[in-house]
Design a protein around this ligand. Structure first.
Ligand code: LLP
Length: 453
């Protein structure tokens, strides 16, 4: 049996034990399964913290070289819990939230409002009010209507002007999948910098913010997509945003202080893939924004970035127990072994939604047999309930085996559902040989409690 452990796409704390099973941060997965049950999301705390710190240090160092400051916001949509918000904050990151729910978690974690950003293309009045109550460091406005809404909310309550950034779309398409490439023009986010005639929506948005004394125009925001492995998209988008900033300054005399380049840094999901190196990308982006600023003749702003997946994705794995194993003869006569696990599309929707590829291994024992072509499927009532489309598993894979799927820390639990009334798995942190539950397993009683009969 070939194994990729230790190594990508597993977290750095994943290793083989002396008897051939697997441990995470010194905790044997068999112990984790007994103590917490399966399926379970397992988060390697040290790995997550190291990535958070790594991004902050890499960007701080590269941007210090060009004389610019930078803040790193952890994009909580990838996965947010009270403990994780605290960990990233302790590592010097701020927290980017996209809804009132994410904002509530960040506040529950004790993150100061000033270190929180609020996104969303359709913020409710209540979300805007809560952001203002919390004194968030920035509200990223997404439309002309919303600019008026936030300004009106401030006018009604009084107090300091709200710090806002205007989210713009630069036309840069990047990322692993159509649905996650958010800078297309024909999509719901932000205000476009392009216009066939007259002021583009982005310029209109900036002017609209400047026109309202209840708002303080902090800067311009651009997010170009997710799971990006080619850094050139960030550079092209940064050039477009800095150009817009210079145009605004020429027109109004206002040179905004900050530019946010969004998230999207890609990670390894499969053996042989390589996670984007923050040091390299930080240097590339810093060099490129410096060149652009020189061309434009404008001083550099303070920058920020919003990585989510790159911080939490590789730190997580999902632990399942194998139930049934079924050989299925496929068209060309080969046999595919269908391995059913005790979770599925309710705990990882990404394969079904995006065709995302994952890697799995048998982790509860030494696997000495040869391998078979396997497909890891869930327990839900549809044939698209696939967690791993194709993977070589030990030929003797059998009921009771523990199976781990790598790199599920981002957009796994955060996108989980209760399809088929399956309770969502817990999130278990492992740290220095010990484990603790960050988010407990849902129960059928939890689900029934919502059903008022
Ligand atoms: N900032 C903004 C404004 C965003 O919209 C996003 C992600 C991020 C930061 C973080 O991006 P990251 O660094 O995690 O790539 N559910 C999809 C990903 C959707 C990403 C949406 N926005 C998936 O599972 O691949």
């Amino acid at each position: 049996m070939t194994t990729t452990i230790p190594g990508e796409p597993w977290s750095t704390g994943v290793a083989r034990t002396v008897d051939g099973a697997v441990e995470v941060a010194g905790v044997d997965v068999r112990e984790l399964a007994v103590e917490h049950g399966t399926p379970a999301y397992v988060l390697d705390e040290a790995d997550l913290r190291t990535r958070a710190r790594g991004y902050r240090r890499a960007f701080e160092a590269a941007f210090a070289e060009i004389g610019a400051g930078v803040d790193v916001y952890y994009a909580g949509k990838a996965f947010l819990s009270v403990a994780v918000a605290r960990w990233v904050h302790e590592e010097g990151l701020r927290v980017d939230t996209a809804t009132g729910g994410e904002l509530a978690v960040a506040l529950r974690a004790g993150i100061p409002g000033a270190d929180i950003g609020l996104h969303g293309n359709n913020k409710s009045d209540s979300e805007i009010a809560r952001a203002l109550d919390a004194g968030v460091g920035r509200i990223i406005v997404d439309s002309l209507v919303e600019i008026e809404r936030v300004a009106d909310a401030v006018a009604a309550r009084g107090g300091d002007p709200a710090p806002v950034m205007v989210r713009v779309t630069t036309g840069v398409h990047a990322g692993g999948h159509e649905y996650i490439s958010t800078a297309h023009e024909d999509q719901k986010f932000g205000l476009s910098i392009a216009s066939p005639d007259g002021d583009p929506p982005a310029m209109q948005g900036l002017l609209a913010v400047l026109a309202r004394p209840e708002l303080r125009l902090l800067g311009i925001h651009s997010h170009i997509g997710s799971q990006i492995l080619d850094p050139s998209g960030f550079e092209v988008a940064a050039r477009a945003v800095l150009t817009l900033r210079a145009q605004l300054a020429e027109r109004t005399g206002v040179l905004v202080d900050e530019v946010d380049l969004g998230g999207g840094y890609g990670i390894a999901y499969l053996p042989g893939e390589v996670t984007l190196d923050p040091d390299r990308i930080a240097k590339d982006v810093a060099a490129s924004v410096q060149a652009t600023a020189t061309d434009l003749g404008t001083p550099l702003p303070r920058f920020s970035i919003e990585p989510g997946r790159a911080i939490v994705g590789p730190a997580g794995l999902t632990l399942y127990t194998v139930g049934t194993v079924k050989p299925v003869r496929i068209d060309d006569g080969t046999v595919r072994t269908y391995v059913s696990i005790d979770g599925g599309m309710s705990d990882n929707i990404r394969p079904a939604l995006y065709g995302a590829a994952y890697h799995a291994e048998v982790v509860g024992r030494l696997a000495t047999a040869g391998t078979v072509l396997a497909r890891v499927v869930g327990k839900h009532c549809e044939s698209g309930d696939i967690v791993v489309h194709e993977v070589q598993l030990p030929a003797d894979v059998r009921a009771g085996d523990l199976l781990a799927v790598a790199a599920t820390g981002a957009y796994g639990r955060s996108m989980a559902s209760n399809y088929n009334h399956v309770p969502r798995p817990p999130v278990v942190a492992v740290t220095d040989g010990g484990s603790r539950v960050l988010v407990r397993r849902e129960t059928e009683d939890d689900l029934l409690a919502l059903d008022l009969g």
